[in-house]
Write a protein that binds this ligand. Sequence first.
Ligand SMILES: CC(C)(COP(=O)(O)OP(=O)(O)OC[C@H]1O[C@@H](n2cnc3c(N)ncnc32)[C@H](O)[C@@H]1OP(=O)(O)O)[C@@H](O)C(=O)NCCC(=O)NCCS
Length: 185
Amino acid sequence: MIRTHTLTLTDGVATLRPMTDEDLPLLYRWNGNEDVLHFSEGDVDPYTPEEVDSLYESLSRTADCFILETEDGTPIGECRLQPMKSPFPPPLKNATDCRRVSVVIGEPDFWGKEYGSRAIGLLCRHSFERTSCTHLFAEGILDYNERARKAFERNGFKVYSTVPAEGDDAPGEMTLFKGALNKIF
Ligand SMILES: CC(C)(COP(=O)(O)OP(=O)(O)OC[C@H]1O[C@@H](n2cnc3c(N)ncnc32)[C@H](O)[C@@H]1OP(=O)(O)O)[C@@H](O)C(=O)NCCC(=O)NCCS
């Protein structure tokens, strides 16, 4: 069901390994956790296992999906790296190679222990040093998710755009980006 790949990335502390169908029970758990969803998507209903199956089947057609593990091999979250389709956000030209990156630590006990920053660093180094990627984007970061914004900023991401909150129901969102040479555009 999940399209897999062969890429494993590690810095000796955090490891990103390919996601497979065997990880579905973890994905059910993480996508069913309201505290995790509060930060990753806002206050949405937890996903059912059927919804998770179809979500990852669809996502993995275009995204490389990874499981984030600690030093001792404990799976704690997931990451995705996905090509973006042109037209790219202005003023980028269509000759650029933009990709979207996302990180969700699904085990709250492992928040704030640098695994997220490390995972983002691994995906940046892989994208910029070993592929033709020129710009990475992190989209839909909720305005109250300071930890996510800081984890990306720590890896050199800057704010690309913001969408203000609409009343109490819809929080503001931001998109962050990083260019290959740490140059903006
Ligand atoms: C967002 C997330 C990936 C960050 O990874 P992490 O391992 O928890 O964060 P780190 O330990 O690497 O810390 C990142 C930064 O946040 C800061 N931070 C840690 N806990 C914090 C808190 N409770 N409030 C504010 N900042 C916090 C850290 O000090 C660090 O900032 P610094 O570099 O200026 O010191 C992870 O918390 C997570 O997946 N959360 C749930 C889902 C989610 O929000 N996903 C992101 C969707 S865009």
